[in-house]
Design a protein around this ligand. Structure first.
Ligand code: TRP
Length: 458
């Protein structure tokens, strides 16, 4: 189960972000059946702000926050969006299959138009093409990693639905490349009230910064609005922002104890002191770690670079496959025009009256052949109908292992997925094979093309 989520790098995290997003995401990433991808959506930040310093500062703050809150980069794939060049590349492929009408319906874009209509301005006033394209970029974030689930707030659900629509169009047109993602809205997670009792949100200016120094945290907590009941008078927990904040950090027993204290007439100052101490207990160790990280931007940067390398291990290969799928292919792979003939022929054969005129026009179906190497080990090769070598495997100790590798390749839809890659002798120097090239990247691309041709033909 791959779970992916992005965090736009425009702000400084507050307690509401921690309770509503960071803490639940980190908890779910600890499950053994979850392969979590977290990334800093700095391309998305460009849509919201044109202040370069703010984006850089927010990126550092958010990266340090997630690490300080316990994100384990060994376990989770944690990266910065703009380090993955395949994301903007995929954005373009998706842009070209996405109907403009779909984007016209996006809430954020429509809200901008409505605002202009209300004020009598030109409908497009202040609307960048970036805002319009926001859902396509987000679809690329999700689809590049074939995420199954995307935990989001309610306001983002429409974007996940659009990502599904875009993925389905692409799959319909070019073959089943993308997993259709699902939005997951966690109804368990309470929205935290802010200082004024409304939802804690930057737009209400009622937030408590997650890593405010203790004195500031205390001051803000003492500024939370309450009613004017005096100490000794019983108080209601219902509708009490103070109580809800306490609950978000406390155990059930601790919350029950505060509820009793309310009933017994605890004074607001004492209740606020309890809240301050409870939050401080959870936050203080993370704050110390956060401050260390903020003082070492190089270390955070290195962490993000390592995360990007990890993410790109699969993304680079997948993007290559997608390029091939849409027709952005090396001209000379798999016997030059032959490769194109295979894919084109397969499609043509399905359409009425497209019977090949001669044997030479027949789609050349590649096939796998197992064989024994001179050293007694077992291998397989993929050849086109004319017997030209397209791909050669590594050697295996037993014929069963070679057969299993072929099955896995077939099961993966003939995609040279990263775990299969080591089985293919991509960098080999076989003189006859188009996959045998000195340049490993070209060889990998040739192998992808061979597999793509096979996939299209079968
Ligand atoms: N748009 C999301 C937000 O504002 C952030 C985001 C960008 C995202 N890309 C994503 C979330 C991909 C989930 C998946 O909250």
């Amino acid at each position: 189960m791959r779970v992916l989520t992005g965090i736009t790098t425009t702000g400084t995290p507050h307690l509401g972000n921690y309770v509503g997003a960071i803490r639940p995401a980190l908890r779910s990433s600890q499950r053994n059946d979850v392969d979590a991808y977290f990334f800093l959506a700095d391309y998305h930040a460009l849509i919201k702000t044109d202040d370069p310093a703010r984006i850089q500062r927010s990126t550092l703050e958010l990266a340090a926050t997630w690490l300080a809150c316990g994100l384990d980069p060994e376990r989770v794939t944690f990266y910065r969006q703009s380090d993955i060049v395949e994301i903007p590349e995929l954005t373009w492929l998706l842009t070209c299959i996405c109907g403009k009408g779909l984007l016209n319906r996006a809430h954020a874009y429509k809200a901008a138009l409505d605002k202009n209509a209300a004020s009598g301005a030109d409908p497009d006033e202040g609307v960048t093409a970036g805002l319009f394209m926001y859902p396509v970029l987000m679809a690329a974030d999700i689809l590049l990693f074939n995420a199954n689930q995307v935990p989001v707030g309610r306001d983002q659900v429409q974007h996940i639905e659009m990502a599904r629509d875009i993925a389905a169009s692409f799959n319909h047109h070019y073959g089943a490349h993308f997993t259709l993602p699902e939005a997951v809205v966690d109804s368990q997670v309470a929205t935290l009230p802010g200082l004024d009792g409304r939802k804690m949100s930057k737009s209400y200016d009622n937030t408590i910064p997650l890593f405010a120094p203790p004195e500031q945290l205390k001051k803000l907590i003492f500024g939370i609005v309450t009613d004017s009941l005096a100490p000794g008078q019983p108080k209601q927990t219902e509708g009490s922002a103070l109580f809800q904040l306490y609950q978000a950090f406390a155990s059930a027993d601790e919350s029950a104890a505060l509820a009793r204290a309310y009933a017994e007439g605890i004074g607001w100052a004492d209740a606020k002191q309890m809240l301050f101490e409870r939050i401080e207990r959870e936050i203080a160790p993370m704050r110390a770690r956060y401050q260390e990280l903020m003082a070492q931007p190089h270390a955070v940067e290195a962490q993000l670079q390592a995360g990007a390398a990890k993410a790109r291990r699969s993304a680079t290969l997948f993007a290559q496959r997608l390029r091939q799928a849409v027709g952005l292919r090396p001209l000379a792979v798999a016997g030059g025009a032959g490769a194109v003939g295979v894919a084109g022929g397969a499609r043509g054969a399905g359409s009425a009256g497209a019977a090949p005129a001669s044997a030479a026009d027949k789609p050349a179906l590649p096939s796998f052949k197992q064989y024994r190497e001179p050293d007694g080990r077992f291998a397989f090769k993929l050849t086109d109908a004319r017997g030209h070598l397209l791909l050669q495997s590594e050697s295996f100790a037993t014929p069963q292992e070679a057969a299993q590798a072929i099955s896995r390749l077939k099961a993966a839809g003939y995609a040279a997925s990263p775990d299969l890659h080591p089985l293919l002798r991509l960098g080999g120097t076989s003189p006859e094979g188009s996959a045998g090239r000195a340049d490993p990247a070209a060889a990998a691309q040739a192998a992808e093309a061979a597999l793509e041709a096979l996939r299209a033909a079968s």
